[in-house]
Ligand binder design. Structure first.
Ligand code: SAM
Length: 291
């Protein structure tokens, strides 16, 4: 790579000054300025020249630049129109980077991937995500069952901990179950807020989500399974019996306790103690009983 690194405090400030760029807090614009963290993110994705990287929110291209050095092809989706000419300028001499202007939540990602990554051996999503839409973006990637090998993202530390949480703690909730149904999560590193311009007021972490070939449990109906999980955490301090009573309707309250006992689950337990396998058993039993 002949280009100077984009991700140094000086170069970042130079680019911002050159283009008269001003940060939009509403778009979660906190740009990375630390080469070591960028290296850690890219290394975690295990890319090589036979693989592609889909980046969400390239900003001024710090991570994009590293990805272009490692992956065969990079497609970066940026919502902010003001950044498009900057990115086109920064990557004018780089032939394996495609910049796509758009809102990742509205784009047809499967079609974009087919168009951009045809013939490559695998694709990773690698990003320093805008924190205001982290969960919707990740859930879109997972629920659309895109053909991804892994997802390596910088997100708010607290959200990363919830995604990786095991049953029994206060971090464990419907987000943990949803993420772990599709992936194996691994916390890569915790990141201080000093490595961003401007500095966010929350701690960050890099999380790696390795997509599973198939879910860890078989459920009769995925949509029902996720609704059961949501309902079980509706009021965290209530028992599973109480939360599920609200889910199936007051008229059927008396059926919940025997149904849970029939599944071998103590009705006085709380949602946060239940494993994915136990949620699957409950969801299937509810469905069989007509709920
Ligand atoms: N990748 C750059 C870096 O690490 O320095 C910038 C990361 S910054 C945390 C998030 C980026 O996501 C910003 O460039 C922002 O404009 C962009 N963004 C915000 N919402 C988006 C959306 N819905 N779709 C695509 N990009 C988005």
């Amino acid at each position: 790579m002949t280009q100077a690194d984009v991700a140094t405090p000086k170069r970042t400030r130079d680019i911002i000054a050159k283009y008269g760029f001003s940060f939009k807090k509403s778009l979660g614009q906190n740009f990375l300025i630390d080469q070591n963290i960028l290296r850690n993110i890219v290394d975690a994705a295990e890319l090589d020249k036979t693989k592609g990287a889909l980046e969400i929110g390239p900003g001024i291209g710090a991570l994009t630049q590293r990805l272009s050095e490692t992956a065969g092809r990079v497609t970066a989706v940026e919502i902010d129109q003001r950044l498009i000419p900057i990115l086109q300028d920064v990557f004018a001499e780089t032939d394996n980077v495609h910049i796509e202007h758009g809102d990742v939540l509205k784009l047809e990602l499967r079609e974009l991937m087919e168009r951009q990554f045809a013939g490559l051996a695998g694709v990773s999503v690698v990003a320093n995500l805008p924190y205001y839409v982290t969960t919707p973006i990740l859930m879109k990637l997972l629920e659309e069952k895109l053909p991804l090998e892994n997802i390596v993202v910088m997100i708010q530390k607290e959200v990363a901990e919830r995604m990786a949480a095991k049953p029994g703690g206060k971090e464990y909730g419907s987000l943990s179950v949803a993420v772990q149904y599709y992936c194996v999560p691994e916390l890569v590193c915790v990141v201080p807020h000093t490595v961003f311009i401007p500095q966010p007021n929350v701690d960050s972490a890099v999380i790696k989500l390795t997509l599973r070939d198939k879910p860890p449990v078989e459920v009769a109906n995925e949509d029902h399974f996720f609704r059961t999980v949501q309902a079980s955490f509706a009021q965290r301090r209530k028992t599973i019996a109480n939360n599920l009573s609200a889910f199936i309707g007051k008229a059927n309250r008396d059926k919940v306790v025997p149904l849970l006992e029939g599944c071998g689950i103590d009705p006085s337990r709380r949602g946060e103690t239940l494993s994915i396998a136990e949620f699957a058993v409950i969801s299937d039993a509810l469905q069989q009983a007509g709920f």
